[in-house]
Design a protein around this ligand. Structure first.
Ligand code: NDP
Length: 308
């Protein structure tokens, strides 16, 4: 059985930042990259809002830089998926890829969250070419253009309002005849003149060419079809935190995100810390994930010291 001091699960900005801090603190972290090495950022195009990159940087390049930085300080970065984990007693027992067994003194969970998509073939085809699940990340590329947002919750309303401030026109495609969002958010949407809400509409197909999205075909519940000429198609139909392997072992909130002691990364199990989108339904930014990875590494280091 392999024994490690700090096991980091996940390889987004939270995971790599935890790895950079814990390796610089001589804690010899082992990081498993998981199903999507590099995390959600590898599915976006350009990142222009991460401080320190005045010219912007692609998601894949940023993740490669973070990986190199973690390796430089001796983090042991490995390909592999955690397929089983037992947090009921310390050291924690972990199985990687159904076969490799590890005992870890401390665990930092940075498994992230995944945006929900509609599941249309045409949507998958244009992902990263006009189809996006993050208006804050990608909205800027469609300034002065027409775009559409799908969803009727707070995220959809927030993203539609944000996009309306930079785009010419925003269609909000809502499947029901009402918005689920809070009253305040709804009012912001209804008071923004360049947002058109299409209630009781569903997306039938995302249209495009070799340069990316050119439109979307929507159908109303009464069966009327309409093509919207848009360049950006934004999904805001929710996220699901990646907690499957941990279910039943850590306290989760009502939406399934890992609960932490406010202002810290401490979970309901001593010695287990959480960082990034898996514990954050609200901000979901690369910079906030990186910041919380730092917090988790510091909490973890202090906790290990207190165990001596
Ligand atoms: P929600 O689950 O609240 O809303 C998802 C929306 O997407 C709903 O309108 C839902 O429709 C719609 N939807 C789901 N699946 C489909 C589909 N297949 N096709 C079309 N529409 C679909 O998710 P949010 O991300 O908006 O919010 C998550 C949580 O975060 C909420 O608690 C929210 O309040 C909170 N939040 C708070 C913010 C704030 O306070 N500033 C900002 C953003 C989020 P339907 O209603 O028909 O189910």
């Amino acid at each position: 059985m392999e024994k490690v001091k700090v096991l980091i699960i996940g390889s987004g900005p939270a995971g790599f930042t935890s790895a950079i801090y814990t390796s610089r603190a001589n804690l010899s972290p082992v990081l498993y990259e998981g199903i999507e090495p590099g995390g959600q950022l590898t599915t976006t195009t350009e990142i222009e809002n991460f401080p320190g990159y005045p010219e912007g940087i692609t998601g894949t390049a940023m993740m490669e830089d973070l990986r190199k930085q973690a390796l430089r300080f001796g983090a042991d970065v490995r390909r592999g998926i955690i397929t089983d984990i037992d947090l009921s007693e310390r050291p924690f027992k972990v199985t990687v890829d159904h076969e490799h067994k590890i005992e870890a003194e401390a665990v930092i969970v940075c498994t992230g969250a995944s945006a929900k998509y509609l599941g249309l073939e045409s949507e998958a085809k244009y992902r990263g070419m006009g189809v996006s699940a993050c208006a804050t990340c990608d909205g800027f590329f469609y300034r002065k253009q027409d775009v559409a947002v799908v969803g009727g919750g707070d995220t959809a309303c927030e993203e539609a309002t944000y996009l309306a401030s930079i785009c010419k026109k925003v269609y909000l495609i809502v499947r029901k005849n009402y918005l689920r969002a809070s009253k305040a958010m709804q009012e912001r949407v209804f008071n923004t003149p360049n947002i058109e809400v299409l209630f009781e509409h569903n997306t039938a197909e995302v249209l495009g060419d070799e340069d990316g999205v050119t439109g979307v075909r929507v159908v109303s519940t009464s069966g009327e079809e309409r093509v919207l000429d848009i360049m950006g198609f934004f999904l805001a139909i929710g996220h699901h935190p990646n907690v499957e392997v941990l279910k039943g072992q850590l306290e989760l909130d009502e939406q399934g995100y890992i609960k932490v002691v406010p202002g810290t990364s401490k979970t309901s199990v001593e010695g287990v810390f959480a960082a990034g989108d898996v514990k954050d339904p609200h901000y979901r930014q690369a910079i906030t994930a990186a910041g919380s990875g730092c917090i988790a590494a510091l909490d973890c280091e202090r906790w290990l010291l207190s165990q001596k």
